[in-house]
Design a protein around this ligand. Structure first.
Ligand SMILES: NC(=O)C1=CN([C@@H]2O[C@H](COP(=O)(O)OP(=O)(O)OC[C@H]3O[C@@H](n4cnc5c(N)ncnc54)[C@H](OP(=O)(O)O)[C@@H]3O)[C@@H](O)[C@H]2O)C=CC1
Ligand SMILES: O=C(O)C1=NCCCC1
Length: 100
């Protein structure tokens, strides 16, 4: 059994904090408490990549793949996690990062 507790304070930096608690589902014992920031960052970026692959990459012709540009808007925790996952799993012609 697993519970994730998240706080979201958009004016704070980073905006998201929290904890993941994992319990043994046979006896209810607490097994671990982990940082939810890291897990949420990796989970969300991986889900974005899978969605992009199913909805876009699979339908692209070779020419579109060769000319693809990745643009990251906002360079916080999610921006960095998305940059990591999207550049590791797909080859881009150009990568742009937009900060304010
Ligand atoms: N769908 C999902 O599962 C999830 C969604 N989220 C959402 O993703 C978003 C980002 O979260 P996270 O990366 O953790 O937050 P962070 O606080 O780590 O990063 C937010 C970034 O946005 C930048 N930013 C804020 N306002 C502007 C602006 N006007 N123009 C350009 N950049 C701006 C900040 O810049 P600066 O450093 O200058 O302040 C900061 O780098 C949030 O809306 C959050 O709710 C998060 C986790 C999971
Ligand atoms: O963990 C999630 O999923 C979140 N979604 C929206 C913003 C906060 C975290």
């Amino acid at each position: 059994m697993c519970v994730k507790t998240i706080t979201s304070f958009p004016e704070s930096s980073p905006a998201i904090d929290g904890a993941v608690s994992l319990f043994n589902s046979n006896n209810g014992r607490l097994l671990l408490i982990a940082d939810a920031k890291e897990i949420t960052a990796r989970r969300t970026a991986t889900a974005s990549f899978l969605a992009t692959q199913l909805l876009a990459f699979k339908k692209w012709k070779n020419e579109q793949k060769e000319n693809a540009i990745l643009t990251i808007l906002g360079c916080g925790v999610q921006g960095r996690a998305h940059l990591d996952v999207f550049t590791q799993l797909f080859k881009w012609n150009k990568v742009k990062k937009k900060k304010r």
